[in-house]
Design a protein around this ligand. Sequence first.
Ligand code: NDP
Length: 328
Amino acid sequence: SRQIHLASRPTGWPTPDNFRVVEVDLGDPGPGEVLLRNTWMSVDPYMRGRMNDAKSYVPPFELGAPLDGGAVGEVVASGDDAVPVGATVLHGLGWREHAVVPARAVRVVDTERVPASAYLGVLGMPGLTAYVGLTRIAQLREGDRVLVSGAAGAVGSSVGQMARMLGASAVVGSAGSAEKVAWLTEELGFDAAVNYKDGPVGRLLAPHGPFDVYFDNVGGDHLEAAIAHLDDFGRIAACGAIAQYNDTEATPGPRNMAMFVTKKLTLRGFIVRDHDDLTAEFHERAGRWVAEGRLVGRETVVDGLDHAVDAFLDLMRGGNTGKMLVRL
Ligand code: NDP
C-alpha cells in the first residue's frame, strides 16, 4: 500500500521534492482495530503549517513519516464488531491508500443521503469552522452585514451561505478569479463579490461596505481593508491567514490598528476543534440545509494519490472552487 511521506521541510512555497511516495506493508488489524481502504482524502491549508518544525496547536509532521489529515475510507477488515466490514468511516489518516486505525478513532458515516465526500467539506471540518466562526466567534445577529474573504473556498463558501440563513442582511465576498466571483453572486446568493486581483482590495470593497462582521480567511491586505470598512462595533472572526502561510519573513501588520479604538472593534481568533460542543447542533442544522438544497458544497476533485501533492499545492494557489479533495 502506498503513502506520502514528508521528505524535507519546505522553505517558502513547498515543491514536489519535499514529498515522497513510499510503499509499505500494513498487515492485518489487531483486536479493536480496523483496516481501511481510503476513498477520499482532504488537503487543507493548515497542513502547510505542519510542514514547518514549529510548535503550534497541532504537532508538526515528522520527516520520513507519512503525512496525515482528514479522510474517508471503507472498512475492509475489522477487529471490532461496532465497525463492520463495508462501513464507510471518517478518520484522521489521509495521505495513504490504506490505514490501520483503532476502531474508536473512526466515525461511521451515513452515505445513503449525502455522498461520503461531504463529510470532509460542507458537513465536515470546514463547514463546522464556518458555523463556529459565525455563531460563536462573530456572534452573528439578525441584520448584520457580513464580509468574508477566501469566499469561494471550502470554509468561505459555507460562511456566505450560512450567514444568510442565520439572519445576515447582506453578504459580500472576495475571491481570486472572475469565475469564482460569478459563482458566488449568481449561484450562491452573495449580494456582491470582488476579485481581489483586480486592484487594491480595500478600494474594491469600499462601495459594498460598511460591514458589521468580517470572517477572515486571508489576513494581510484583506484584514487591513476589512478594518477600514467595518462599522462601529464591528466584529472580526480570525479564522485563517492563508496569504501568509508561505512567507519566509514576518510581514507588516495592518497599518490601521488605531481604528480598533475609534470604531470600538473586536477581533477574536479561534481553532475549530476547541468547539466540538457545537458539532451535534451543526450536523442537525447543516444536514437539513444541505437536504433542502439551501447549502451547496461544491468540490474540486483531483484523482489519485500520485496527484495529492499537486492538489495541495494547487489549493494554496487558488486552483479550487469549494472544497479541494483527492479521490483515491
Ligand atoms: P480554501 O478552500 O479556502 O482554499 C484556500 C483558498 O485560499 C484558495 O482557494 C485561494 O482562493 C485562497 N488564497 C490563496 N492565497 C491567497 C492570497 N494570497 N490571498 C487571498 N486568497 C488566497 O481553504 P479552506 O476553506 O480549507 O480554508 C480557508 C481558511 O480557513 C484558511 O486560512 C485556513 O487556514 C482556515 N481554516 C481555519 C480553521 C480554524 O480552525 N481556525 C479550520 C479550517 C480552515 P483564491 O482563488 O480566492 O485566491
